[in-house]
Design a protein around this ligand. Sequence first.
Ligand SMILES: *Cc1c(COP(=O)(O)O)cnc(C)c1O
Length: 231
Amino acid sequence: MKKRIEQIKELITRSAQRCDRNPDDIRLVAVSKKVSAERVREAIEAGVAIFGENYIQEARKKINILTSLDVSWHFIGHLQSNKAKYAVKLFELIHSVDSLKLARRLSQEAKKINKIQQILIQVNIGQDAVKSGISPAETGRLLKEIRRLENISVKGLMIMPPFFDDPQKSRPYFTTLKDLRNRFREELSIDAAPNISMEELSMGMTADFEVAIECGATIVRVGTAIFGARN
Ligand SMILES: *Cc1c(COP(=O)(O)O)cnc(C)c1O
């Protein structure tokens, strides 16, 4: 596993250099859904600092076991509002916020534990196969509402394109997300919103993270290439 992690880091560095980006501006999230705590520990020892989980129950168990270790946990799966109270306790960044209802619940629960919860908005740019995420137009409206939520800080956008055999086919989704992020960033700088910063683009997985980096990804979410195929 150590070798694979080193290879992925090397590919991240090379992709960044190809497009004159600083490799330090790209964070690797190791997606550890369905991966045991023991193997997560192995990845930590091999130099991984951030893990991404999709299911609250599974993540709670795992994080409890590994609680003494200095790593950060991100939530990347679909989140139901009634699990918001667990999510704010466990995760530094929640990538998958796609409704005002969920953002409100997260803000309420974060307030109870005196936390500002960092989130990304998951956007759906006409991906028929993917049900999560909200349209670009709805994203604009959601951001306006989120400005009023005291315990939420929006750091950027996330996307999960449909799966393609050819990673180049993800490219239009990634560039559209970046354009959208830039547009919101401009609008928001005119219309000051202290809890919305929009520097992050969470995009790219095992099949297409190099393309995503060329398109501006600041966070890549890689599972299979690190831990092998999931069953
Ligand atoms: C599972 C998952 C990943 C990782 O996918 P791989 O193809 O295994 O790298 C990334 N992002 C999300 C949202 C996922 O659910």
